[in-house]
Design a protein around this ligand. Structure first.
Ligand code: HMG
Ligand code: MG
Length: 304
């Protein structure tokens, strides 16, 4: 093992939000609640459970209040929700969210498509949300889409990523996600971007959020580990996609990430078998196979 890799990482399970938001058929709240409860039982310390966005923009997340009210919370677990504006924040506060996520983009074109405003306007809109989060002692996370490429404008300059990191830092974010929304990043590029933004924000509070469209997510996670990143986002069963990034695949699957970490001897505190079960549960509900090589292999091995 490479001694310079972190000994422990935090895996943020984003399946219930990023994973399910793109599903066309409405998923009953009780299924989402059972998924979150299974993930809680599996040992995650941070689960992105819901999203208080406009239901006109993302209809699947319209049940978020019900989901947040129905889950069985484990003390110490952070249940996060997306909040694009004060309306979302007020709903998040009422729902008892532990962390709110403000989300912008390193690409102007994507910001317009996803949140209907420019990057600068989004930061102004988030200022109020950030202040309200601080007043209410709720953790604040910032997420930066298209940090490695954009479906509308193509290349994204590392300066743009760094600029948005600094703006989110100045709003008081506790953690910042560097997101590969469309999964086009490759290992060396990921290291370059991560090393650059580590000059703007503490590396221990930066996270890698990789979608797996081009099959590079695990390589990108390994590349990130090599430059000191120790927080990663993933979706059980590889669920996901973004309604405003056509053709983007789901997040890297949690089962695959856990299998990688297990092999590297990196602690996650998460029970891989329980995650495999959760992945099979939600995939059965969706009527398709999990998009997880490790998850499906481990499930098949049990039947052998
Ligand atoms: P807008 O249309 O410019 O806003 O949307 P508006 O203020 O004119 O509001 C339009 C309607 O939405 C109004 O209702 C508002 O009340 C309502 P009407 O009066 O027409 O009946 N509304 C809301 N309802 C519930 N909750 C709210 C809310 N806000 C307004 N919070 C807006 C602007 C930001 C609201 C919209 O663009 C939006 O909701 N966008 C969210 C898109 C989204 O959720 N995308 C996916 C998540 S981001 C992602 O997946 C990327 C990530 O995973 C990282 C990565 O991979 O890149 C995080
Ligand atoms: Mg995403």
């Amino acid at each position: 093992m490479n001694a310079s890799l972190p000994k422990q990482v935090k895996i943020v399970e984003v399946g219930p939000r990023d994973g399910l938001q793109n599903e066309k058929e409405s998923i009953p709240a009780d299924v989402k609640i059972e998924l979150v409860n299974r993930l809680t039982a599996a040992g995650f310390v941070n689960i992105e459970a819901a999203s208080f966005v406009s239901p006109k923009w993302v209809p699947q997340m319209a049940t978020s209040t019900e989901v947040m009210a129905g889950i069985t919370r484990k003390p110490g677990v952070i249940y996060s929700v997306l909040t694009p504006n004060m309306k979302g924040f007020e709903a998040a506060l009422a729902a008892g969210a532990d962390e709110v996520v403000i989300f912008s983009s390193a690409s102007e074109a994507f910001a317009q498509k996803n949140i209907n405003c420019s990057i600068a306007e989004s930061i102004e809109r988030f200022r109020e949300v950030a202040e309200a989060a601080k007043q209410n002692k709720i953790r604040l996370r910032g997420s930066i889409s298209c940090s490695f490429g954009c479906p509308y404008q193509g290349e994204v300059a590392v300066d743009s990523v760094s600029d948005v990191v600094q703006r989110l830092r100045d709003l008081g974010c506790d953690e910042i996600d560097i997101a590969d929304t469309i999964g086009v990043g490759t290992a060396r590029q990921v290291q370059n971007v991560m090393q650059r933004v580590a000059q703007d924000f503490p590396v221990a509070a930066l996270s890698g959020h990789f979608h797996d469209t081009y099959g590079q997510a695990l390589a990108n996670i390994y590349a990130s580990l090599e430059v000191g990143i120790s927080i990663f986002h993933s979706s059980v069963a590889g669920l996901g996609g973004c309604p405003y990034a056509k053709g983007a695949a789901g997040n890297v699957s949690t089962e695959d990430v856990l299998f990688l970490m297990q092999g590297l001897g990196i602690q996650t505190g998460i029970d891989l078998n329980a995650v495999v079960d959760a992945g099979q549960f939600i995939s059965a509900h969706l009527g398709r196979k999990a998009v997880s090589r490790a998850g499906n292999a481990l499930a098949a091995k049990r039947l052998a």
